[in-house]
Design a protein around this ligand. Structure first.
Ligand code: SAH
Ligand code: DHB
Ligand code: MG
Length: 222
């Protein structure tokens, strides 16, 4: 058996035994759903992977592109320690509002800042205000502009920083030329350019789980 129901059951098994979301995380998902927002946050196991990756390099400054209800943001906020900082960029005022409440409830309001606006406008501002360098970046907004966000992420990162890009597989669509549309074409454009980008070393990993069949790209900045 290897269908979506099985993948979800295994994610649940992991979530119960090893990841163990607490009340702030489950409440963040609950309130995201209650606000009518889409159920596209990372899974618990993925959130903890982001958390562990950030911790493993001692990340203190984290940038996220695409906040939604702040679920991944909370995992990242818990990775940076009390003197750390997470800046998360979000286009939707409603999403940013829900996320700030979720972040507050998690006790992370002094660490996490949710900035409202289009990422393509906010990223150059971070550069201008010397908010960089970041140690860890999670890119998870609209897929059409994935390359532009990645390009900024690299510019805003220190050598040794990790940049993770979500949703690079899209149920296999990435490698299926008949599949078209802004999202999948944006992912292909990102992979084509990032794969030849001399500033980074890159890999991509396919994943299955409660979020279906998808994957992450991971870069280390040289
Ligand atoms: N990282 C979140 C999920 C993000 S979903 C988690 O795992 O919990 C993608 C988010 O990106 C949505 O909230 C959407 O509103 C936001 N988004 C879409 N286009 C954007 C843009 N141009 N700039 C900033 N955020 C954007
Ligand atoms: C979608 C976006 C995401 O970031 C994700 O993880 C899953 C789905 C979407 O736009 O459909
Ligand atoms: Mg995503």
């Amino acid at each position: 058996m290897s269908d979506r129901a099985t993948w979800s059951a295994v994610d649940q098994y992991f979530a119960e035994r090893i990841v163990r979301e607490d009340d702030a995380l489950t409440a963040a998902l609950r309130d995201t759903e209650a606000a009518g927002m889409p159920a596209i946050a990372v899974s618990a196991a993925q959130g903890k992977l982001l958390h562990l990756l950030a911790r493993s390099i001692g990340a203190k400054r984290v940038l996220e592109v695409g906040t939604l209800g702040g679920y991944s943001t909370i995992w990242l906020g818990r990775a940076v320690g009390p003197a750390g900082r997470v800046i998360s960029l979000e286009l939707s005022a409603k999403h940013a509002d829900v996320a700030r409440k979720n972040v507050d409830r998690a006790g992370l309001s002094s660490i996490v800042e949710v900035r409202l606006g289009a990422a393509i406008d906010l990223l150059p501002k971070l550069h201008a205000e010397n908010a960089a360098p970041f140690d860890f970046v999670f890119i998870d907004a609209d897929k059409a502009s994935c390359w532009e966000y990645f390009d900024w992420a690299v510019k805003l990162s220190r050598p040794g920083a990790i940049v993770i890009v979500d949703n690079v597989v899209r149920n296999g669509a990435v490698a299926e030329p008949t599949k078209t549309g802004d999202d999948v074409e944006g992912v292909r454009r990102f992979l084509d350019r990032a794969g030849r980008d001399p500033r980074v070393d890159l890999t991509a990993i396919q994943t299955v789980g409660s979020k279906g069949y998808d994957g992450f790209a991971m870069a280390v900045v040289k």
